[in-house]
Design a binder for this molecule. Structure first.
Ligand code: NAP
Ligand code: HSE
Length: 428
């Protein structure tokens, strides 16, 4: 008869309590599926007196997560505190130093310190499992590292932050401004304690950095991501994009090029009829492309107690069953450096500008675009508002540098009222 697997759970917030609840509710099922009893030895959080809606009195309590990680009756340290540094990282390092496996949902820590933690874990013969760190309940880590292990991954793409997708779809559905939906999402508790992590694209970029490493065999390189949040997406753009048959999404894209690893997290247009275009509310979607499998689309809840705890349990069950393996799919010491490559791949672009109401204004813009080698695919001019005419252009495929030349030249024409908005149209 196998020994029970003994857990120490640090962090009893949304995810931590969700994990305790599943472990209690599904104890028999988990034992049947893994062949081992899975028990909680001890827990840790900041405030011992807080009512968390679950009974914790049968578990030992530690105020300090490092002390929890070091306990003799803890085999696996489950880190659900969060934060790239501080107690979460200290406690994970303490567990690994003692040869204990770690389960975490902490994408910020892995995006910033994944390489050093993976090297430590592998030196010590430990595993770090992190299914919950990317896209909550969607099993994308297992899909990439196990199910698609026979593929060369050609592209990873997706909507990885539910709060931003909620805000963008809410703007479109209710015709609300960015400021209005930001206030609404904040009021509903949908945003991180530091909302910039969501709306600045940082949380989603943490997730993309982790996926890139797994997909392309490179060291996690968060700093190499071309990053732009959704703060500048306006209701005008959402409405205009819809009129042209597109939706605006905070889209992450990673692909290996001959020049290095291209990683982008930025608002993009996608066709409204595509799976990504149809993604509503706080749901996440990850698109994986492999040389043999073709395209796979994974869709599901990216956050919340149940979905995220479900992913944590998948990792705990793996450890109970003895399913191990390198942290990022191959030995950490063999991962290549991820040289960042800016996208040189031509793409169609959406341009929105306000033209001054002067004879020849449109002709000047068309001339500037033509001189920069930017060919117009579609164009619409709407009724004048004040003295300006809103004009939308969808270009044929061009490089970003040709577009930037055209935009600089446009600024000198004296017919464009403000900086044009330029958004990439992604082929999905
Ligand atoms: P949370 O609700 O804020 O809970 C954090 C927990 O950590 C709290 O119980 C807190 O204690 C505890 N904590 C904070 N500092 C501590 C310290 N110094 N020592 C011991 N405990 C400490 O966070 P969460 O939403 O559950 O997220 C946990 C992790 O999961 C994060 O890495 C997050 O990014 C990740 N994640 C969350 C979701 C989600 O839907 N929430 C989805 C995917 C991934 P007190 O309760 O006593 O204050
Ligand atoms: N703030 C994150 C989101 C939580 O909205 O997706 C899950 O990582």
């Amino acid at each position: 008869m196998s020994q029970p697997l003994r857990l120490g759970i640090a962090g009893l917030g949304t995810v931590g309590v969700g994990v305790v609840q599943i472990l209690r509710k599904q104890a028999k099922l988990l034992q049947a599926r893994t062949g081992r009893e899975i028990v909680i030895s001890a827990v840790s959080a900041r405030d011992r007196t807080k009512d968390r809606g679950v009974t914790l009195s049968s578990y030992a309590w530690e105020d300090d997560p490092v002390a929890l990680a070091k306990r003799d009756d803890v085999d696996v340290f489950v880190e659900l505190i969060g934060g790239e540094d501080g107690p979460a990282k200290d406690a994970c390092e303490a567990a690994l130093a003692l040869g204990k496996d770690v389960v975490t949902a902490n994408k910020a820590m892995l995006a910033m310190h994944g390489q050093s933690l993976a090297e430590t874990a592998e030196e010590r013969g430990c595993v770090i499992k992190y299914e919950a760190a990317v896209a909550g309940g969607i099993p994308v880590i297992k899909t990439l590292s196990e199910a698609l292990a026979g593929n060369e991954i050609t592209r990873v793409m997706g909507v990885m932050n539910g709060s931003c997708n909620y805000m963008l779809t809410r703007m479109e559905d209710a015709g609300l401004t960015y400021a209005e939906v930001f206030a609404e999402a904040d009021g509903l508790g949908y945003l991180e304690a530091d909302p910039q992590l969501d709306v600045g694209g940082i949380d989603a970029a943490h997730k993309l950095a982790i996926l890139s490493s797994l997909a392309f065999g490179t060291k996690v390189n968060f700093a190499g991501i071309e990053l732009e949040g959704i703060e500048r997406v306006s209701i005008e753009d959402i409405t205009a994009a819809a009129d042209m048959g597109y939706k605006i999404k905070l889209l992450g894209v990673a692909q290996m090029t001959g020049r290095g690893l291209e990683q982008r997290m930025q608002p993009c247009l996608v066709p409204e009829t595509s799976p990504l275009g149809q993604l509503q509310g706080g749901t996440n979607m990850i698109v994986l492309e492999g040389d043999s499998v073709g395209q796979i689309v994974l869709r599901g809840p990216g956050a919340g107690a149940g979905p995220t705890a479900s992913a944590v349990l998948s990792d705990i069950c793996d450890i109970a069953r003895g399913v191990r393996g390198p942290v990022f799919g191959q030995a950490a010491t063999k991962l290549e450096d991820a040289t960042p490559a800016l996208s040189k791949r031509p793409a169609a672009y959406y341009l929105r500008m306000a033209l001054k109401d002067k004879p020849g204004a449109l002709a000047k813009v068309a001339a500037v675009l033509g001189e920069a080698g930017v060919s117009i695919d579609r164009m619409r001019q709407y009724a004048h508002a004040d003295d300006h005419a809103p004009v939308l252009i969808v270009t044929h495929k061009i490089t970003r540098s040709d577009l930037d030349h055209a935009l600089s030249a446009m600024a000198t024409t004296n017919v464009v009222a403000a900086d044009p908005v330029a958004l990439r149209i992604e082929e999905v």
